[in-house]
Structure formats: structure tokens, C-alpha cells
Design a protein around this ligand. Structure first.
Ligand code: NAX
Length: 326
């Protein structure tokens, strides 16, 4: 057996954390031969609930779970971790504007970025799930001067998976037959789910579905799927978000399959004319534990408009937290 990997999950007593911890302990993220140590990080009022999560994890007697560190101290929580999954965030309260939420959550992700910088393994990989995920990721990365920006990513894999599933349903195929889906921009309702490079069983998706369906059904459905789940379930996506987090990390580590790519929100390097520095979702390939933004895709006028809209929103979010960026 190899040495255990250490994985921190913030917000571990919350809905997504509750789904995520058990799947990681069962081996879904790192495979059936990789022992894990879970660092469960919460805020003090949630420590009782967190002790219940710890009890249940122990009660599963997972063969791969070596140890649990449960804490409300970020320095202890990120000590020596190889992966940091930043899920915990403040939910949007009644009457709260998006700008207030961004500013409040920004105050969480700066200190967490610093604690990761100071305590985590130097090769740590960070995935931000807590919303607004792209901008929280920007803040965390900017607070971690010793780490590379490429070590920080935010999650649009749930949007990517939703888009694949919806296209599979429309074309009466299976998700495994769909390649090269792309989510551009922000994990928000302005995101651009783009099927212009997508193939279904090797045929271009644009030859199988018409443009009106794409613009009037596919794109808004993916953009608003989170709200649809909340309406139906009375709570936001949790198990599917945890599953997407597992997919994100596994693909980052093990690589994308030949001829395919995934979507990850990463520090823009200026690719496709997107302003450098903001955390923007791109189609990426992964190999040897790193990602590369897919280059040289043709961008139609329609796509350009959608990509600009979501970029504008990310610039506004960045402006709202400018004072938190180091
Ligand atoms: P919950 O409210 O169930 O859980 C959040 C947990 O975070 C709570 O237990 C809370 O005590 C904890 N927390 C708050 N501040 C913390 C801090 N400073 N340090 C550690 N823990 C802290 O929310 P849940 O449904 O689990 O969602 C978590 C976040 O994921 C939310 O911001 C949500 O909007 C976001 N989502 C992101 C998605 C994505 O695709 N990127 C999709 C799903 C989800 O909506």
C-alpha cells in the first residue's frame, strides 16, 4: 500500500461535504489502493455536527481511511495536505445582494489561501467549490504567494456533466458517447455551455441538434439547472456537486482521455482574449497531474458574445473584491 494522501474538505458538515467525505473515504477519488487521511474543516458552531460526521465515517470502517483530523482551525486543517477542497462558504441570505455575498465570502477565502500557503504540502492542488467559486478561487490564490496560480482551480465540472447529460438525453445516446463539451467563464447563470466542438459517437453535435434548440433550450437549461434542482428538492445540488468534485480531481490527476477534454475554471493566461488573471472556465486537457487550456478552437460570433458576457461578470466580481486581492 502507498503512503496515505491528505485531503482537506472545508464545510465538511454541510450538504456537499457530507456527500463528499464518504465517497473519498470509499476510494472514489484516488482509487481502491490509495489510503487517505481526511482533514475536515468547519467553523466553531458546526463542530458538533462535524463530530457526528466523524462518528459515521468511523462507523463505516472504510479500509482506506487511515485517520480523521476534525478542526475549526484552518492552520491545523491544511497542515501537510495534498489536496484542499474549499467547499464551505456563507450561503446567500434573505435580501442579500450578489455583491454582499461576494464580499462576505471573500473574507473567508483570503485567510484560507494564506493558511494553505503556510501549511499545505508545496505541491497542493486546490479545488474551490464554494460560491462565487471563480472569484473565491482568485482570492485564495492571490493570498498564497509561495504557490503557483496553476495549483488553484474552481469547479465547473458539475455544469460540464449537466451539459453532457442533457445532450445525451436529447440525442438519445449515453454520456460516455459524448466528447469535447466546453463550459466557458463563470460558474453562474452567465456561463456559456458550448457544444460547437462536441461530438456524439464521432458526429458533430451541431449536425444532430438544431441551433434553436441549442440557444433556447440547451444553454439556458444548463445555466439554470442549479435553480431547477433547488425548486424540486428544496435544497441545492449536493450529491451531484460532490460527484463533480471527485471527477474534477480525478481527471486533474489521472488525465483526460485521448481526443477528449474537460472543463475547469483556471487562472486565465489570456487565451481566447480573456483578460489575464481572472479565474475563467476553459476546455482543458490534463496529463501528468497538470492541465493545459485547449488552444486554437474556432470561436463563432455567437460564442464570442457569450464568452464576453461571462467574462464581464467575472471582471465585475473581481472589482468587488479588489481590496482583498494581494
Ligand atoms: P451548506 O450550507 O450545506 O454547507 C456549508 C458548510 O460550510 C456549513 O457546514 C458551514 O458551517 C461551513 N462553513 C462556512 N464557512 C466556513 C469556513 N469559513 N470554514 C469552514 N467551513 C465553513 O452548503 P452546501 O450545500 O454544502 O454548499 C457549499 C457551497 O457550494 C455553497 O457556496 C454553494 O453555493 C456551492 N456550490 C457550488 C457548486 C459548483 O458547481 N461550484 C454547485 C453546488 C453548490 O451550489
Amino acid at each position: 500500500m502507498s503512503l496515505p494522501v491528505r485531503i482537506a474538505i472545508t464545510g465538511a458538515a454541510g450538504n456537499i461535504g457530507y456527500a463528499l467525505a464518504f465517497r473519498i473515504a470509499a476510494g472514489d477519488m484516488f482509487g481502491p489502493d490509495q489510503p487517505v487521511i481526511l482533514h475536515l474543516v468547519e467553523i466553531p458552531p458546526a463542530l458538533d455536527a462535524l463530530s457526528g460526521v466523524t462518528m459515521e465515517l468511523n462507523d463505516c470502517a472504510f479500509p482506506l481511511l487511515q485517520e480523521i483530523v476534525a478542526t475549526a482551525d484552518a492552520n491545523e486543517g491544511f497542515e501537510g495536505v495534498d489536496y484542499a477542497l474549499l467547499v464551505g462558504a456563507k450561503p446567500r441570505g434573505p435580501g442579500m445582494e450578489r455583491g454582499d455575498l461576494i464580499a462576505d465570502n471573500g473574507k473567508i477565502f483570503g485567510p484560507q489561501g494564506r493558511a494553505i500557503n503556510d501549511n499545505a504540502s508545496p505541491g497542493v492542488r486546490v479545488l474551490v467549490v464554494g460560491n462565487p467559486a471563480n472569484t473565491n478561487c482568485l482570492i485564495a490564490a492571490s493570498s498564497a504567494p509561495n504557490l503557483d496560480r496553476n495549483q488553484f482551480t474552481a469547479m465547473t465540472r458539475l455544469d460540464h456533466n449537466r451539459a453532457i447529460s442533457w445532450l445525451a438525453e436529447k440525442t438519445q445516446t449515453h454520456s460516455t458517447q459524448i466528447r469535447r463539451m466546453s463550459i466557458w467563464g463563470n460558474h453562474s447563470a452567465t456561463q456559456y455551455p458550448d457544444l460547437s466542438n462536441c461530438t456524439v459517437n464521432g458526429t458533430l453535435a451541431t449536425e444532430l441538434v438544431d441551433e434553436t434548440w441549442c440557444r433556447e433550450s440547451f444553454i439556458p437549461k444548463v445555466q439554470k439547472r442549479g435553480a431547477e434542482v433547488i425548486r424540486a428538492r428544496g435544497a441545492s445540488s449536493a450529491a451531484s456537486a460532490a460527484s463533480a468534485a471527485i471527477d474534477h480531481v480525478r481527471t486533474w490527476l489521472r488525465g483526460t482521455t485521448e481526443g477528449d477534454w474537460t472543463s475547469m475554471a483556471v487562472a486565465s493566461d489570456g487565451s481566447y482574449g480573456v483578460e489575464e488573471g481572472i479565474v475563467y472556465s476553459y476546455p482543458v486537457t490534463c496529463s501528468n497531474g497538470s492541465y493545459s487550456i485547449v488552444q486554437d478552437l474556432e470561436v463563432s460570433e455567437f460564442s464570442r458574445g457569450c464568452m464576453n458576457t461571462t467574462e464581464d461578470e467575472l471582471r465585475e466580481e473581481r472589482a468587488a473584491v479588489e481590496d482583498l486581492l494581494e
